[in-house]
Design a protein around this ligand. Structure first.
Ligand code: MOS
Length: 732
């Protein structure tokens, strides 16, 4: 199905099942431990051997000697895989560094060997016997040091200029010119990267934990130099991904190589301390923001430049992309600068671009509002735009940022905020509140699905879409149930298998809208097939209560499959509506913090997100996405930071003792409000993404609340107590 005109009235609009707060249909499996994760396919891959990854001890250089004899002779060891015995390997499109390194070393903890043994303990013990000798080369590990050397944008991401920023900024009545920094961050999914592989002849089956089945299949086939048809990827349950599992990673490749070598199933899990440096991370940014307004507080000039680093061939963190669209202003500039660094590979982490970009931009807006003497909520409303500022003929499909901010201000008690910082005390705590706008684009990707109707009247959906903890199973079941007039219990959903039609996958918050739209398209075809089989006019037929009806004519759906399963398959393909209209999602984030007057410890007290994110397909799973994202935003604001060893080139705090993320005790009252935002431009579902929106802006709202509480402006994340303690006002 081609989607190139705004959606009209369609069966989803009934909202008998869609938009209802159904519990997760996979909830029972998850809570009873019967949902199998990547490392747990014991029946399907019995007698698996265990692989243990040996990571490089240097960041850049060359292996000069690699002695695996002692490891090979250790108890229980079956083989040791290295680049010199693995055979010729290709490299997938989506990997920057090779997944099995050697002799060249591109980053710290790059896999250089896999020890395969009968037990995990034997593999781990033998891994310590692998002797690697390195020649260490000089690498670049500091973004701050590299910054002055990078003056030009990457070839494929030129600067964007509208009007004359420099002249307008020079003439502005009120100006802000400030620099903000965000650190490297690690996804820290609860489930580590893990894979099990089995070969049958020249075909490999890999159970893995991966967000994008088709990408993983294509890149594994390329890397193994075999046909994609000979690779089957299964990833039906995933314990969190956040972008860290978008790509083929070393666990899947090494499990496949090892299983081929030992001719039996092999399972490989990355140990927690290996993940930060072996896999991808969100790159650190240095962001320079300049904004000028006229005397009434209207933005006349806005510029945002961001520096980030990556390995050769890597891409920049696109931290300026929200600045192109969030506020009005005739004169604009955005630019990305990419430094070559020899740290581990930087790549997508939840809301890449906007998440770190808004951490900077939305502090800048708070600072500018104060300089202009305008309330920060009103300042944002004053500078709203309903069109793409660089292309005013191009409207937003829907844009309710003002409503998000107004509703949030009302619900949060914004009018009680003290404009002058440092005025509110509660015992030893300085209390403040802050606001930030949330913004994330709505991305559209082709997505396909297959649906079956069986003689028992049940419908089964198959698509390679994944559920990374987001609720995909449930919203897909709701979609099929709505389309076919069935209760939810009559729909089964099978996901995460490369033998199913290729979906949009789980990334960039596009999964919910696009994968359900693909199921919608397949269900339209199934409705036609049912109508044809039972002699109904498909345009007149109604589907409800397990029946197809038209006028006085009626039949049970099951009858259509009485002589055998009825199957339909289709995809949703998006036309150029995304060119004609800017499609984005919006939020108002409000936060109250307390800052300890003596220690500078920050405790978040209350959080509110008001979201306009299209039709909400399931308010319960959507709320879970948003409160999870808000929690991640709290971590980004106050805790999360991969500490870089700039001498040796690696992330030092590479486990959950050293890399702090919020725990339950850090999380206060969280409230989420979804505005009515049915958007016929986005898809037949009229939905958009929401899972990343919940993160975008949260960090800055916390930073702004800390400023309101203390009068201390921290522009360098995370806002740890050492950045506050020397500047806190005296307790009265
Ligand atoms: Mo998202 S960073 O595309 O999983």
């Amino acid at each position: 199905m081609k989607f190139d005109k705004p959606a009209g009235q369609n069966p989803i609009d009934q909202l008998k099942v869609v938009s209802q707060p159904h519990d997760r249909i996979d909830g029972r499996q998850k809570t009873t431990g019967t949902a199998h994760y990547a490392y747990e396919w014991h029946q399907q891959a019995p007698n698996a051997a265990y692989g243990y990854v040996v990571g490089s001890a240097i960041a850049k250089g060359r292996i000069t000697a690699l002695d695996i004899d002692a490891a090979k002779n250790a108890p229980g060891v079956l083989t040791v895989i290295t680049a010199s015995n693995a055979g010729a390997l290709g490299k997938g499109d989506k990997n920057t560094a090779t997944l099995l390194g050697g002799p060249t070393i591109e980053h710290y903890h790059q896999a250089v060997a896999l020890v395969v043994a009968e037990t995990f303990e034997q593999a781990r013990a033998a891994a310590s016997l692998v002797q690697v000798t390195y020649r260490r080369d000089k690498g670049a590990y500091s973004l701050t040091e590299a910054k002055p050397t990078v003056t030009q944008p990457p070839d494929d991401t030129p600067d964007k200029n509208v009007g004359d920023f420099e002249a307008a900024f020079a003439a502005a009545a009120v100006k802000l010119d400030a620099t903000y920094t965000t650190p490297d961050q690690s996804h820290m999914a609860m489930e580590p990267h893990a894979s099990m592989a089995v070969w049958e002849g020249d075909r490999v089956t890999v159970w893995t934990s991966n967000q994008m089945i088709a990408w993983c299949r294509a890149d594994l086939a390329t890397t193994l130099k075999i046909a994609p048809e000979n690779v089957r990827i299964l990833s039906p349950y995933i314990g969190g991904g956040f972008g860290g599992k978008l790509f083929l990673r070393s666990d899947a490749l090494l499990a496949a190589l090892a299983a081929r070598a030992v001719q039996r199933p092999v399972k490989v899990m990355l140990s927690r301390p290996a993940i930060a440096n072996n896999t991808t991370h969100r790159p650190a940014t240095l962001q320079h923001i300049r904004i000028g307004t006229d005397s009434a507080g209207k933005i006349t000039a806005i510029a945002h430049d961001s520096w980030s680093g990556n390995l050769p061939g890597g891409t920049p963190e696109t931290a300026v992309q929200q600045t192109e669209l969030l506020y009005a202003g005739a004169n604009r500039h955005t630019g990305l600068r990419l430094a070559t660094l020899d740290l581990p590979e930087g790549n997508a982490m939840r809301a890449p671009g906007e998440a770190p970009g808004l951490m900077a931009l939305e502090i800048a807006i708070d600072e500018l509002a104060e300089k202009a003497g305008i309330d920060p909520v009103e300042f944002r409303i004053l500078n709203d735009t309903q069109v793409d500022p660089a292309n005013p003929q191009r409207p937003f499909s829907r844009r309710q940022l003002i409503e998000c901010l107004r509703t949030g201000a009302e619900q949060f008690g914004w009018k009680d905020r003290h404009t002058t910082p440092g005025q509110v005390q509660d015992g030893r705590w300085r209390v403040g509140i802050g606001v930030a706008a949330g913004f994330r684009n709505n991305l559209l990707e082709k997505s396909a699905a297959r649906v079956h109707l069986d003689a028992d009247g049940k419908v089964t959906v198959e698509t390679d879409m994944t559920d990374i903890g987001t609720g995909s199973y449930t919203i897909i079941a709701q979609t099929a149930a709505e389309m076919l007039g069935l209760p939810l219990e009559k729909v089964a959903v099978h996901l995460g298998d490369s033998s199913f039609p290729v979906s949009a996958g789980s990334g960039g918050q596009w999964g919910a809208n696009t994968s359900t739209a693909g199921v919608y398209a397949a269900c339209i075809k199934l409705r036609e097939a049912i109508a044809a089989k039972l002699g109904f006019d498909p345009d007149q037929a109604q589907f409800s209560d397990g029946k197809i009806t038209s006028g006085t004519q009626s039949a049970n759906l099951a009858e259509a499959a009485a002589n055998g399963r009825l199957t339909a398959e289709d995809s949703i393909e998006f036309g150029d509506l995304a060119k004609q209209y800017q499609q984005s999602t919006f939020a108002g984030h409000f936060v109250e913090v307390g800052v300890d007057s003596d220690t500078g410890e920050v405790r978040v007290r209350r959080m509110l997100a008001v979201c306009a994110a299209g039709r909400i397909l399931n308010p319960k799973t959507a709320r879970s996405q948003v409160i999870g994202a808000m929690t991640m935003g709290l971590g980004a604001a106050l805790m999360e930071e991969l500490a870089v060893d700039t001498r040796l080139g690696y992330f030092v705090n590479h486990d959950m003792a050293g890399y702090e993320v919020p725990v339950h005790a850090d999380i206060p009252e969280q409230k989420v409000i979804f505005l009515e935002d049915t958007d016929p431009i986005s898809s037949p579902m009229k939905a958009k993404g929401v899972g990343e929106l919940g993160l975008c802006g949260v960090g800055a709202a916390i930073a702004n609340a800390v400023y309101n509480a203390t009068g201390v402006r921290v522009r360098d994340y995370p806002i740890t107590l050492d950045k506050l303690i020397g500047s806190l006002p005296d307790v009265v």
